[in-house]
Design a protein around this ligand. Structure first.
Ligand code: GNR
Ligand code: NI
Length: 171
């Protein structure tokens, strides 16, 4: 089932999400499937639970956007262990449609997370995968890519969004 993605302005996007404590349930497995379906339907490479209005520490990532079945990654209660280097690249967010800006991120990250059965694993990513991991973990902390922009750029985007809200063209 494709879920509704909430947009910038919804408080759930700026709240710190709660850790998941119940694993292996049919509900959790279904939620993960629905999140992949929602992400692919919207041509995203990542999706965090707060974007579907659930304040839980769960995110799905697929930098191949569905092209490579082995690229699917489910991260539950993820923690960044190590960050290395830096990269600057264009970033967008399904909750802030129509806006893309350059964001500076670590080039490489190593993280620890749990899978749907609650098993801990470590994994790492570089380049776009590392960027998506950092973007999604930010979501779990209530942080949007706008926070990484200059105040000037951030306020410009906020003002544009306020206009869209007034015109009834947002959410
Ligand atoms: O689809 C997405 N593309 C993207 C591009 C660069 C950096 C991060 C991302 S994640 C984004 C989907 C999204 O909003 N995930 O939270
Ligand atoms: Ni996003």
């Amino acid at each position: 089932m494709v879920l509704r993605i909430v947009k910038y302005g919804d408080p759930v996007l700026e709240a710190k999400a709660e850790p998941i404590s119940e694993f292996g349930t049919p509900e959790l497995k279904q939620l993960v499937e629905d999140m992949f379906e929602t992400m692919y339907a919207n041509k995203g490479i990542g999706l965090a639970a707060p974007q579907v209005a659930l304040s839980q520490r769960l995110t799905v990532i697929d930098p191949s956007a569905g092209e490579d079945p082995n690229a699917r990654l489910v991260l539950i209660n993820p923690e960044i262990l190590v960050k290395e280097g830096s990269q600057i690249g264009e970033e967008g967010c399904l909750s802030i449609p129509g806006f893309r800006e350059d964001v500076k991120r670590a080039y490489k990250v190593r993280l620890r997370a749990q899978n749907v059965d609650g098993e801990f694993f470590e994994t790492d990513g570089e380049e776009l995968l590392a960027r998506a991991m950092q973007h999604e973990i930010d979501h779990l902390n209530g942080v949007l890519f706008l926070s990484h922009l200059s105040i000037l750029k951030r306020d410009l985007i906020r003002r544009k969004i306020r206009k869209l809200v007034k015109a009834g063209e947002w959410e």
